[in-house]
Design a protein. Sequence first.
Lengths: 147, 426
Amino acid sequence: MNDLRDLYQEVILDHNKRPRNFRILPQPTHHANGVNPLCGDRISVYLDIEDGVIQDISFQGAGCAISSASASLMTEALKGKPVAEIEHLFDAFHDVVTTECECPKGLGKLSVLAGVRDYPSRVKCATLAWHAVRAALEERKEAVATE
Amino acid sequence: MNDMSALHSIAPSVTPSLEELDLARIRADFPILRQRVHGKPLVYLDNAASVQKPRAVIDTVSECYTGYYANIHRGVHLLSERSTAAYEGAREKVRAFLNAASVQEIIFTRGTTESINLVASSFGGQTVKAGDEILITGMEHHSNIVPWQLLCERTGAKLKVAPFTDAGELILEEYERLLDDGPVKLVAFVHLSNALGTLNPARQLIAMAHARGIPVLVDGAQSTPHLGVDVCELDCEFYAFSAHKIYGPSGVGVLYGKKALLDAMPPYQGGGDMISLVTFEKTEYADLPNKFEAGTPNIAGVIGLGAALDWVNAIGLERIAAHEQELLDYATARLNDIPGLNIMGAARDKAALAAFTLDGVHPHDIGTILDREGVAVRAGHHCAQPVMQHYGVPATARASFAVYNTRDEVDVLVAALWKVKEMFEL
């Protein structure tokens, strides 16, 4: 059970059970849907961007513990950040969940998802919300898929 | 009631299932089952996706490549003659397995999906016009939905869907109403649902369609490994199945079709082996079954399917079905003991699999945790998203059984599910 605990850490179970920023923004400046065709998970992200800064961010949808917790943690990490930093953060996060790299300090709580790197079939769950945010910024209309 | 009559009432009256000794012998036929995954003995319960292969099939494929492999048909050398004989010998084994009237009615394809696409393209393209209708059911695999949607897009025909109950049973009154409501040119339905385990009343559904002169295609991908199929008795126009689900190699499928229909249908793909004469002005097509087998087929795979059917016949499909039914009954009872676990699909006629959700845990998480316990199940929409939509869930977890599974393995599954609950603090 120990190695499974590396994946299903308390923080992840907590964010899965009580996802933060789990709501629809009434008038988002940016919005997109993400789907994981592998498991049928769907996630919608909403952003309120002013002066190049993420003033508010939220998500809704149904997904596994990894995708829900990752989305929840992502909204906490991105709130108040300049848009220009998102790509850099996504890159760093992607490295954390796919490679044996040392977790960069700037990632904060997001690094609890590092256990995903031992479960290659679950990487798409962890990155689904991030793909949706990227699609929202690019103002893509159709749902973005992780495949 | 005296002791004797009490004994009588509990004595098995149906086909005897597999004794422990037989089961051990059967398991020994599958080299892959001996391994451990994540340090635990492999418990393979993803059989509805694909089953493992017995030694006889592996050896047959290997012997083909090491002993006598060459391209089939038209070769005048020994190896080609031997390969052709083995390939056509497999066709006869499939014919006998389905009880088809003639080997000309047995077409080899890449799988059930290609078999259905062949009918949609060739028969559908020939018969279906704008305003016509195709009738399927709500519990189809995507492979028995999308080919018909493509046909409808091409022709301007309409796809209709017969609904099912929450128990997972087709609503026969609705099916009948939809048969009468418009010019239905073809019915296509799944024999055994991969998402629910429902066994549809094929004979009855076919008879109802035939009473209105409508031809029927049966998707037999899941049913062929679990029940004896007799296409003469069913009287369906088309029956499709895959080798890899009945202990044979992947990449091989079968389309059975009634000869008169196949004869009248245009070719599906053009190429070598499906012609009798080619000039740049005009091409004459080969006779059945070659007309529908353009190009070099999966020769060793087809021969491997023949070996798989021999292997299945040696045990007997009835005994296999009885064993799997016993496992399913046992698994259903044990799974129902787990609080918060909901089995999806409770049809009176059900076979070989249990699909379920567990309150508070996504099936994907169930799949990952079970895997670490050595248990392989499928978690997802099982290529049947409309079924998931019916129940309002994104996905389910599914344990599906084959002849080599045991009650002990069901116990391992159940224990692993309790670990899932522990992990998620439920």
